[in-house]
Ligand binder design. Sequence first.
Ligand code: XIL
Length: 417
Amino acid sequence: MSSSKTKILVVTLGIVLALVVIFSVYKAVDGDKDQQPSVTPTVAVDATTPTPDGDSGDGDDNGAGDDADGKEEFTGYPVRDTAEVLGTRLSERYKDCFYVGTCMKTEHLNDPNLVALVLEQFNSLTCENEMKPDALLNQMACMAEGEVTVVFPANTIKLLDWAKENGFAMRGHTLVWHSQTPDWFFREGFKSNGAYVDRETMLARMESYIQQVLEYCNTNYPGMFYAWDVANEVFSDNGDTFRDSPWYRIIGEDFVKYAFTYARKYAEEGTKLFYNDFNSYIPAKLNNIYMMAKSLQEEGLIDGIGMQSHLDISYPTAAMYLDAVERFSNAGFEVQITELDITTDANAAGHEKQAQLYNDIFSKLVIRDMATMINVTSVTIWGVNDGRSWRSYGDPLLFDDSLKPKASYYSVLQQEE
Ligand code: XIL
């Protein structure tokens, strides 16, 4: 080979090598960029605000990327990055103030991303439906036995076992309620077409039901339930009167007192007993709840008031809502926010307004000094993400359909004390 040909070959090889090196460096830098955690906002901004279709708009749901087969490859939880960058998470942020909880359905355990998020953010849990009377009362068994027969179904046990394995503190929800309680429970022979039973029979059934539910929990989940909603939604919506329900019609007004008497008798020592209701900031209803709870308190039967708190950005104001928290606290009750969600317009502006109201509420809830005597011991958000909420039409929760944190999440997390 001539020396000029050799030179050309060397130069060509050099150029090719240089191109390969430049290309690899470029690829490495580009790849790194993809792996950087996204910049996490330190104030409520719209970096995570979903587009109107509920997607975050970044085309990257649940931290999953595509692998070679076109299947979704799991690459981590976006919220985990968030917690790491902010240096905290909800349960950690409020650990010196109150439990921070959510509710779950058993089927939610099938979503590993939701499970990871719940484990990360919350330390208290409520079964969304799995411990309600219609879940635990078994008509066939009641008819066969001729007496109240509580059967914890596999579906409920699965969720409770998961809560136990993962160290959650639980709210029991709910013992005596007009809704999600089968009508046959109030009828002779537990038959769907039986006549309604009398007061004495119904009181005996109430005691038996409460005894069986609480004893099952005491035996299988000792120490796990820190609170029980003993009676739920007793007053009518406007608060004028008792709600018309089989409990009220058959037993009379004192059915609430009996419910608390039985719950106190069978609940584990240390478990707190709550009266739970919604719209409890509306003056007439607030007064009714207050008067009834006061008389239960005099007999040592009740520990606290559960404020469900299904709110909307347009009503009530934070001030009106917090007045009720203060009023109950000042009367010597523990207050637990048991089912908080705030509906809003499903767009970015709506989400910002919602973040403001969440912020206003949480900022006051952490004030527990003697001047205000606010005594909130637990705050449960009623659900994990908007898409799974019972009020999903109003995007009411802290995480969006794809489990990404919304402005409201940041506004709750970044409260100054
Ligand atoms: C709701 C659940 O979220 C729904 O899944 C179910 O279909 C109906 O009940 N007050 C309560 C809660 O005490 O138990 C209710 O939960 C919401 C209103």
